[in-house]
Write a protein that binds this ligand. Structure first.
Ligand code: GSH
Length: 216
């Protein structure tokens, strides 16, 4: 059976950052096609009524703070736990950068969106540069030398882009999504999702399931 992969991610999610780095490192040598889909973690948490977010439980919070560094070191991904991490995660919306990524995919295609996601991911998760407000993202787009960045930002505010982001989020929610990153393995002959998977740490299993090798 021929299969393909859809990888849903949110730049505000550190595990999405790890998963994005992991899957993009491998996908170019895979026969299996991988589509990268920005979605909105906040809407996923709300839509799935996930009250068990790690950061609402002190023991889980303590665990996650260590697990992040532990995972980043294992994966060889540059990473620093941001200052005031818990508060940041609870109060920040990623809707602006996520719309910019949808706009980038729409205007410039998947490969350019992949590059931009990596840039944003590194700037925020490795260097602590904020990317969440209109001003912050516009500055970063200019600094990253994205062509016609003002036009791209304008496109990110269009109803077309807003709808795509909502649609991506709904696609995941419809398959039982409650967190990020989230992956669908699709049967190409029917278009049906045959397996939906939570977490960056499941990438080796996903690769195995589609008959590919996963390298860290
Ligand atoms: N073990 C997973 C953890 C992923 C994770 O905790 N993701 C957070 C967002 S950064 C989440 O969606 N949590 C929801 C939950 O745990 O219910 C991994 O290594 O990727």
């Amino acid at each position: 059976m021929s299969k393909s992969i859809k990888f849903y991610f949110d730049i505000l999610s550190p595990y999405s950052y790890f998963g994005f780095e992991g899957i993009t490192k491998n996908k170019n040598v895979w026969k299996t096609s991988v589509e990268l889909k920005p979605f909105l973690l906040g809407a996923i948490i709300k839509g799935s009524e996930n009250k068990g977010m790690p950061l609402t439980n002190p023991l889980k919070t303590k665990y996650v703070m260590k697990d992040l560094t532990f995972s980043a070191q294992y994966l060889g991904v540059p990473f620093r736990v941001p200052k005031d991490y818990v508060n940041l995660m609870m109060t920040t919306s990623s809707v602006i950068p996520q719309r910019v990524l949808v706009a980038s995919k729409l205007r410039d295609g998947e490969a350019k969106m992949e590059n931009l996601t990596k840039k944003l991911g590194h700037l925020f998760w490795a260097y602590g540069k904020p990317i969440f407000t209109s001003d912050q993202i516009q500055e970063v787009l200019r600094y990253s030398q994205v062509p016609n960045s003002d036009e791209l930002f304008k496109l990110s505010e269009s109803s077309e882009v807003k709808e795509i982001l909502k649609e991506n989020t709904k696609e995941a929610l419809d398959q039982g999504c409650f967190g990020a990153p989230w992956t669908h393995i699709v049967d190409n002959s029917t278009g049906n999702v045959i397996q939906a998977v939570f977490g960056s740490d499941r990438l080796p299993q996903i690769a195995h399931f589609v008959g590919e090798e996963f390298k860290n």
